[in-house]
Design a protein around this ligand. Structure first.
Ligand code: DP6
Length: 314
């Protein structure tokens, strides 16, 4: 019998965004979302049997070890306790977690962290209780309760999350190259969990579901039929829509900086010049995420070469 369990889960980037909840306590999204899984960006969570539930720093040297704030530690412990309750488990654990990517690199670690914690907790509890391991679908649903976007990290390369249904989708582009133009590595003033609440005060929020669902239908179609340019247009409109919700909330808030705008302008120029370019999106942050097709290597090199002269690119 083990007393230590380790599990790993990837981050993901949404092209149709989860923004707004119909039920905040269980992270039920107002609209469907579609994401691409970032299999190179991983969180590992280790659970060890203990006297009481606690969080501890990772116990090995690692340049990207996470120093969780008190609030983040409590949120993590709360999620473990939620899973324990669901599975009727009396045991206690030490939670340790680490990333293979730097914090504040423009990639949200909450999706990968909560997915890895869920996997480790489910594995540990099922083994201790000698019950069959929960299905991936059941694990994804549990994970959603900890952090909504983490449920999408259970499927790769594409995941569709609609209400309480999370599933993989088969689209034409199986493997994409992901890059982040890091315009600002600082921590955000408004967390994404708080953004979910604040966007509901925007007058634009009343039609948000229709817009997101309509885009989702079109985007799935475009990505199935390899219509890359049309997919770019939809993905572009979608992140602007989400950022417009932030900017028109009452009171307004925002994440984009002058540098985000410069990068976006450059990407648009590239699209105009080459009639081709990367899918481009921003999360609740100022950093610009680019997704390239594997056959776009020379375009990617040219574009990133210029951007690297001004920004950190990862
Ligand atoms: C902007 O999953 O971080 O990245 O459910 O409150 O934990 P909670 O929120 P979270 O929200 C992610 C928002 C987003 C868009 C997305 O990933 O779909």
């Amino acid at each position: 019998m083990h007393n230590i369990w380790r599990h790993t889960a990837p981050a993901n980037i949404a092209l149709i965004k989860y923004m707004g909840k119909t039920d905040a306590s269980s992270n039920i999204p107002t609209n469907s979302s579609l994401s691409y899984t970032l299999n190179n960006y991983l969180t590992t969570v280790e659970l060890e049997l203990a006297e009481h539930d606690q969080w501890q720093p990772w116990n090995e040297q690692n340049p990207f070890n996470i120093a969780l704030t008190e609030t983040a530690q409590q949120r993590f412990i709360k999620h473990l306790q939620f899973i324990k309750k669901q599975l009727n488990c009396p045991a206690h654990f030490i939670i340790r977690s680490t990333n293979n990517f730097p914090a504040n690199c423009g990639i949200a670690s909450s999706a990968s962290s909560f997915a890895a914690l869920t996997k480790a907790a489910v594995q540990a509890i099922c083994e201790l209780k000698q019950i069959p391991l929960l299905s991936i679908e059941q694990q994804a649903r549990l994970s959603q309760q900890g952090s909504g976007s983490s449920c999408r990290s259970f499927y790769s390369p594409w995941c569709l999350w609609q209400g309480d249904n999370v599933k993989p989708v088969d689209l034409a582009y199986k493997e994409l190259d992901h890059a982040v133009i890091l315009v600002n590595a600082g921590t955000k003033a408004v967390s994404s969990s708080s953004a979910h609440q604040r966007v509901t005060t925007s007058l634009l929020f009343s039609n948000r579901v229709e817009r997101a669902e309509q885009r989702l239908t079109i985007l799935l179609d475009m990505l199935s039929q390899s219509h890359w340019k049309d997919a770019f247009q939809i993905v572009w409109e979608e992140f602007w829509d989400m950022h417009a919700l932030f900017e028109t909330a009452r009171p307004s808030f925002g994440y984009m900086t002058a540098d985000s705008m410069k990068v976006l302008q450059y990407v648009r120029d590239c699209w105009q010049q080459y009639k081709d370019g990367p899918l481009t999106t921003l999360d609740a942050g100022p950093n610009v995420h680019l997704l390239f097709r594997p056959d776009q290597q020379s375009l990617k090199t040219a574009l990133l070469q210029y951007l690297q002269e001004h920004y950190h690119v990862i």
